[in-house]
Design a protein around this ligand. Structure first.
Ligand code: AMP
Length: 180
């Protein structure tokens, strides 16, 4: 990584607030709201998230509820791609498909509109943070069920010690700005 880019990443990292024991004991919550509030950081984050995908064809950016919507739509607009939301259950109004994934205790579920991706469309999956990778893996399942092709993953923060990348499509590169 160039020194210049490293300095930007360090700057963005300094604007992420770690909140201990939120939403439950033991979780170190990565709060991006200070970064969102800073106009320069907002612009730089979008620019860095988009940069690995500028030279490849992307038809849609799939953003994961809810913080994946914040930069996912910016990224889609910059890449001349569409934006597709993946949502928690019972939020999407039209015909939809779902995928389930394991939590520490029990299961969770995400949904996508059935007409959101056309067969063969090239998709980037984006979220603010990857932890265990369960959510991004479920989104991958949704895209692939509709015949889409995941061409990459994009995260602002990756908690690499949780090894979430292992659950993702193995032939699609993972671009994380801040790897912790
Ligand atoms: P996972 O499915 O385990 O990769 O979790 C990813 C989802 O949970 C993302 O939508 C994140 O926004 C959220 N998340 C998980 N862990 C954290 C954390 N430590 N701080 C902030 N968000 C988190």
């Amino acid at each position: 990584m160039q020194n210049h880019q490293k300095a930007i990443i360090d700057y963005l990292n300094s604007l992420i607030r770690t909140v201990p024991d939120f939403p439950k004991p033991g979780i170190q919550f990565k709060d991006i709201t200070p970064l969102l509030k800073n106009p320069e950081a907002l612009r730089l984050t979008t620019e860095l998230l988009v940069s690995p995908f500028r030279d490849i064809q992307v038809d849609a950016v799939v953003g994961l509820e809810s913080r994946g919507f914040l930069f996912g739509t910016n990224m889609a607009a910059e890449l001349h791609a569409g934006f597709v939301p993946v949502r928690k259950p019972n939020k999407l109004p039209s015909d939809k498909i779902f995928a389930e994934y394991e939590l520490e205790y029990g299961k969770d579920k995400v949904e996508m509109h059935s007409d959101a991706i056309k067969p063969g469309e090239r998709v980037v999956i984006h979220d603010d943070l990857i932890a265990t990778g369960g959510t991004a893996a479920a989104a991958t399942e949704l895209v692939e069920k509709l015949g889409g092709v995941v061409v990459g993953y994009s995260f602002i923060i990756e908690l690499s010690f949780l090894e979430g990348q292992q659950k993702l499509a193995q032939n699609a590169p993972v671009h994380s700005l801040i790897v912790l």
